[in-house]
Design a binder for this molecule. Structure first.
Ligand code: ADP
Ligand code: MG
Length: 284
C-alpha cells in the first residue's frame, strides 16, 4: 500500500500546478543532484520575433516571401515567427517541404530549391555563406536558393521572468545546473551567462542531447531533465525524473514525462523538489 503522505504530496503539488504521474517520483525528486534544461520554451518563452532581414544581392521583400512559404510548413517556434512577420505579404506556396531535425527546412518554391535553417543546414548541402553568420549572437535563419546563399533573418526570444530566480533556487539547493540546446553556441552562452547556469551546450542535434544526458548519468549524476519540444521526449524518458513544460509543450514530451509543470514556470522545478522533501518527512 502507498503511505498516506504520498497522497498529501501529490495533492500539494497539484495545488501548485505540478502534476506528478506517480508517487514514486516524489521520492526520486529528493535524490536529484543535477537539473538539465532545454533552452527554448523551457528557460525562454519560446515565442520568437524577427529582428533583422539581411540580404546578399537579393530583393528583401522577395526573400521574406520565400522564407514564409517554406516555414508555413513547420510548427517550430522559429517558423511561426517568420510566417507572422511576412503577414499577408506571404503569397507564395512551397512544395515538397522536408523538415530536417535540428537543421531547418528544404523545399521547392517557384521551381527553385530553397534551404531555410541554420548554418549547419547549409554546410550539409555544401552551400557556402557569409562568414559573419557564425559570429552573430542571435538565432538565425539562413536562406539559400538553388544552392546559393541569398541572406539571413535574425530571430530573438526572451528569457522567462522567473528563470533567473529558478536557477538561483537550484544553486541554493546545491544542484548542478546544465542547459542543452540545438541553438547556436553563442546564443546559448549568452542565455547561460544571464542566468548563471553552470554548464551550457549548444549546436546539439536531438541525439546529441541524449548523449549528453547519458554522459551525466554514466558519471553518477541523478538527473532531472526539463523540456518542452518534440525532440525532448527521448531525453525526458532517459532522465531519472523527466519533467515537461505543460503549456507550450509537445504532446509526445508531456506523455513521456514523469512530472508536468502546468504553467511553464521554471521556478516550479525546485518547488517539486521541496514538495518531495516535505512528503518524505511526513511518510517516514
Ligand atoms: P532547440 O529546441 O534546442 O532550440 P531544435 O532542435 O528545435 O532545438 O532546433 C535547433 C535549431 O535548428 C534551431 O535553433 C534552428 O537554428 C534550426 N531549426 C529547426 N527548425 C527550424 C525551422 N523550421 N526553421 C529554421 N530553422 C530551424
Ligand atoms: Mg525546444
Amino acid at each position: 500500500s502507498i503511505p498516506l503522505g504520498y497522497f498529501g504530496g501529490i495533492g500539494l503539488a497539484s495545488r501548485n500546478g505540478i502534476l506528478f504521474k506517480g508517487s514514486n517520483f516524489l521520492d526520486v525528486m529528493t535524490m536529484i543532484d543535477t537539473v538539465i534544461m532545454d533552452k527554448t520554451g523551457t528557460l525562454t518563452k519560446g515565442v520568437f520575433k524577427v529582428q533583422e532581414v539581411v540580404t546578399d544581392n537579393f530583393d528583401q521583400a522577395e526573400l521574406i516571401k520565400i522564407a514564409a512559404a517554406i516555414e508555413a510548413n513547420s510548427t517550430h517556434p522559429i517558423a511561426n515567427a517568420v510566417v507572422e512577420y511576412a503577414g499577408d505579404k506571404a503569397n507564395l506556396k512551397a512544395e515538397n517541404v522536408e523538415e530536417i531535425s535540428g537543421h531547418g527546412l528544404k523545399g521547392t518554391v517557384n521551381g527553385k530549391t530553397v534551404l531555410a535553417g541554420n548554418a549547419k543546414l547549409l554546410k550539409k548541402f555544401s552551400v557556402s555563406y557569409h562568414s559573419e553568420i557564425d559570429s552573430l549572437v542571435d538565432t538565425v535563419v539562413v536562406l539559400a536558393i538553388d544552392n546559393k546563399y541569398v541572406g539571413y533573418i535574425t530571430i530573438a526570444d526572451e528569457i522567462k521572468e522567473d528563470a533567473k530566480e529558478a536557477i538561483e533556487r537550484m544553486h541554493s539547493l546545491k544542484l548542478q545546473t546544465v542547459m542543452l540546446s540545438g541553438d547556436k553556441q553563442a546564443v546559448v552562452d549568452k542565455v547561460a551567462k544571464a542566468l548563471g547556469i553552470d554548464q551550457a551546450f549548444g549546436d546539439l542535434l536531438p541525439d546529441g542531447k541524449v548523449e549528453k544526458v547519458q554522459g551525466f548519468k554514466d558519471g553518477g549524476s541523478r538527473i532531472a531533465f526539463v523540456g518542452d519540444g518534440v525532440n525532448d521526449a527521448p531525453v525526458v524518458a532517459l532522465a531519472d525524473a523527466g519533467i515537461a513544460m505543460g503549456g507550450l509543450g509537445s504532446d509526445a514530451t508531456i506523455e513521456t514525462a514523469d512530472i508536468v509543470i502546468q504553467n511553464d514556470q521554471p521556478s516550479k522545478i525546485t518547488s517539486a523538489i521541496m514538495i518531495g522533501r516535505i512528503t518524505k518527512r511526513v511518510v517516514w
